[in-house]
Design a protein around this ligand. Structure first.
Ligand SMILES: [Zn+2]
Length: 400
């Protein structure tokens, strides 16, 4: 058995009362159809919740508890990720911890790919509920960055205010910064009833505190293998979507990118010897690089588009000014550049980003401030049909 799986089994809290028994059974029952002889195997535990039964935890309960937990962390319940399918990330926060379950639909049912949880620091425990729930989302996205970035991911939360948080105008302070971090993943947020969020809810209550409150644990089928699989996976629809998303086809002509990549001697050499460069791969004809990034003390692999020197400024501008996000500052532009592109032949990316951002004409004319929205105008009401007509112009539109 994988060492991490063993650990989560050790750490899952033994129910201390009837309520905790109900909570555990609620989680495990979700998968009952995948556990052979479920009712029989759960019997010794489920009888504890009967009204007349006194809560008494003995060896037979302990055995059933360990048995059921181990089913949760092995096939057929735990699945390998399928990059052609959308991901779902169920997150939850309790007063003491945050938990997440990465899920995908299999035969009409959401099945787990990986579980993770961590305890909250003393400071985090004093956060408001919304802030703890938001922290769970940011943390979960970062945890699974190497799996979900560039793919379709939906956050499942039982905390309704979160959906507004990531949809409306950005809030101030830390919540706002977190919302910006999340934008990179472009997640959808879906509210689900608390009782449906049993996985994440239970995970947020696991005490993994090994003298290190920030101790983070991931449990999935051979994490190391997943990371390799990302670089080796055959081009699938999901992956193509990643490349189509950045650069976006409406503002970037990928044939231009391919032509200029091929025109660069250094990149041409890499393409010729692609088999020897494990970090590089071709998707269609576009050269990509898998780069390692450290986040929260964990190394993640990130897929980036390789940018030849001739396209460098254009790539930075693309990150600085996008249709949906407007003109961002140096730091945010830099983060976006680093996460999407691998700029060839340059050592100080930040300085280059700074130069491009600071010389942006639109930013300069707005004097560093975003332009004020134009006030809405009213027209006099016509008295008869066709008394007046209006038209508007839109464009330029992308060539399809
Ligand atoms: Zn600008």
């Amino acid at each position: 058995m994988h060492a991490d799986h063993k650990r989560v089994i050790d750490k899952y809290p033994r129910p201390q009362n009837k309520n905790e028994v109900r909570s555990f059974l609620g989680m495990i029952s979700y998968f009952r159809q995948y556990v052979p002889l479920f009712a029989k195997r759960a019997e010794n535990i489920s009888k504890l919740v009967r009204e007349k039964e006194i809560f008494r935890w003995e060896q037979e309960q302990e055995d059933a508890f360990q048995d059921l937990k181990s089913t949760l962390l092995s096939p057929p319940i735990l699945k390998y990720p399928d990059f052609r399918q959308p991901f779902f990330l169920a997150t939850d926060a309790s007063g003491t911890g945050i938990g997440a379950a990465l899920l995908q639909e299999r035969e009409g049912k959401l099945m787990p790919i990986s579980f993770s949880s961590r305890t909250l620091t003393d400071t985090e425990r004093r956060y408001s509920t919304t802030k703890r729930e938001a922290l769970a989302v940011v943390w979960a996205l970062r945890n699974y960055r190497y799996l979900v970035l560039g793919y379709d991911v939906t956050i499942l939360t039982d905390h309704q205010p979160l959906s507004a948080l990531f949809r409306d105008t950005l809030p101030d302070g830390q919540l706002g910064r977190w919302a910006v971090l999340c934008q990179e993943y472009n997640p959808k947020i879906k509210y689900i009833q608390g009782k449906l969020n049993v996985l994440a809810d239970n995970l947020s209550r696991i005490d993994l505190d090994d003298n290190n409150p920030r101790n983070k644990s991931l449990y999935s089928l051979d994490d190391e293998l997943f990371v390799d699989e990302i670089a080796l996976v055959q081009p699938a629809e999901g992956r193509t979507a990643h490349i189509r998303a950045y650069p976006k086809p409406d503002i970037w002509d990928s044939s231009e990118l391919i032509k200029l990549q091929k025109g660069d001697p250094e990149l041409r050499k890499i393409v010729r010897e692609i088999a020897q460069h494990r970090d590089f791969f071709l998707e269609g004809e576009v050269l990509h690089k898998v780069v390692e990034v450290m986040r929260c003390g964990v190394t993640h692999k990130n897929i980036t588009v390789v940018i030849p020197p001739t396209l460098r400024v254009k790539a930075i501008k693309l990150c600085h000014h996008t249709i949906d996000e407007g003109h961002c500052g140096v730091d945010r532009t830099y983060i976006k550049v680093k996460s999407r592109f691998h700029l060839v032949g340059i050592s100080n990316v930040k300085a280059e980003v700074q130069e491009v951002v600071q010389s942006c004409e639109a930013c300069m004319s707005a004097n560093g401030r975003p332009p004020r929205p134009v006030p809405l105008l009213t027209y006099p009401l016509p008295s008869v049909p066709w008394e007046s007509t209006s038209m508007d112009l839109l464009g330029p539109l992308p060539v399809t």
